[in-house]
Ligand binder design. Structure first.
Ligand code: NAD
Length: 359
């Protein structure tokens, strides 16, 4: 009963024409930012996260505390828990689902392939089934990834480019997710929007990502490993600042097609959309390191090696004209500025000596 009340309160809409959104992966990097942004403008938000230990669980707990302080309640549970999802949809008539829960990371798949199948395939299907059975059916926006472009070397990547050469199991599960969601759109009329994020970074970010682990190592005086691609070419990424990604997510929710029916009945074509959310200005990894050195005022000890064949791709670069046109998406933060904000957060959170977190 207490649980139900917390869920209902958190889902409360406080603006005209607002939405009530179930955010999966709400204790994660992107999920926590999106949840906060929605709550701040008056939408109802309920989080769901299994608080797995893929990376430092205390960071997830601190994000949860931050969200709790803004009246966002996060249910601890797995997207594979069919009963839990049914109960959530029973308690709240969610208008939207923002599905961000996933096993992220490319290299972790070498040791833990099953966790990608569990969260990114089985979990996605369990969630889609729950949405299909819900009345009303919520509109779904979910995170795919730029990694679906895989070994495609034609840049910038457009949504219609080939995605049949994934370079990692992670990428393969995201590609499978795009096909699975398409079938749910086609058969059950679920409104689906898939977002291909390009290397998201910023405050409260993910410790397994290069910009984050480089910062930690540089401050601790430890060497960083910088990969170099074929023919000594530097790797490059279309780094995208978290606030820009949040705007793209919110824009996708705002423009998601109307729910087409109830109880799984098909009542006409619902939209199936895919968008790139990137920054359109790739930066090489050595340049990323230079910017970090400048912000941290410490020189990095670099260990430059040839890229091992572990799932990374040499470069990413988004064409975002579709998102610009359809979602009004327009990234505004360059890497210099975004990393400055990240470093400021990092130092206040961990302290120079990795002391207790400070908000
Ligand atoms: P994250 O790991 O910080 O967040 C994911 C959250 O989902 C975590 O808090 C985790 O505990 C939770 N989770 C994982 N499996 C779950 C399950 N089975 N049930 C319930 N909760 C579960 O990652 P992120 O960077 O915030 O990524 C969010 C989404 O965006 C993911 O789908 C990711 O694949 C995708 N994505 C991220 C990036 C990026 O650069 N950050 C790029 C492309 C795509």
């Amino acid at each position: 009963i207490q649980w139900e009340k917390q869920v209902r309160d958190s889902a409360q809409i406080r603006r005209p024409n607002g939405m009530s959104v179930l955010v999966t992966g709400a204790a994660g990097f992107v999920g926590s930012h999106v949840s906060l942004a929605l709550k701040k403008r008056g939408d109802g938000v309920v989080g769901l996260d299994n608080f797995n230990s893929y990376y430092d669980p205390s960071l997830k707990k601190d994000r949860k505390a931050l969200l709790n302080s803004h009246n966002v309640f996060i249910v601890e549970g797995d997207v594979n828990d069919q009963k839990l999802l049914a109960k959530l949809f029973d308690v709240v008539a969610f208008t939207h689902v923002m599905h961000l829960a996933a096993q992220a990371g490319v290299r972790y798949a070498m040791e833990n392939p099953q966790s990608y199948i569990h969260s990114n395939i089985a979990g996605l299907v369990t969630l889609l089934e729950a949405c299909k059975n819900a009345n009303p059916q919520p509109r779904i926006v979910w995170a795919s990834s730029s990694s679906v472009y895989g070994l495609n070397e034609k840049v910038p990547f457009s949504e219609s480019d080939r995605t049949d050469q994934p370079a990692s199991l992670y990428a393969a599960t995201k590609k499978a997710g795009e096909e699975i969601t398409h079938t749910y759109n086609h058969i059950y009329g679920l409104s689906i929007t898939g977002l291909r994020f390009f290397t998201v970074y910023g405050p409260w970010g993910r410790p397994d990502m290069a910009y984050f682990s480089f910062t930690r190592n540089i401050l601790q005086g430890k060497p960083i490993t910088v990969y170099r691609g074929k023919n000594q070419v530097d790797l490059a990424r279309d780094f995208t600042y978290i606030d820009d990604i949040v705007k793209g997510c919110v824009g996708s929710l705002d423009t998601a097609g109307k729910s087409t029916g109830s109880g799984g009945k098909k009542k006409g074509p619902a939209p199936y959309r895919i968008f790139n959310l990137g920054n359109t200005s790739p930066v090489t990894v050595p340049t990323l390191v230079n910017i970090l050195e400048r912000h941290l005022k410490v020189k990095a000890k670099k260990n430059i090696i040839d890229m091992p064949g572990n799932g990374d791709v040499p470069f990413t670069h988004a064409n975002i004209s579709l998102a610009q046109r359809e979602l009004g998406y327009k990234p505004t933060t360059d890497l210099q500025t975004g990393l400055k904000k990240f470093v400021r957060w990092y130092l206040s959170y961990y302290g120079y000596n990795h002391g207790r977190p400070v908000y």
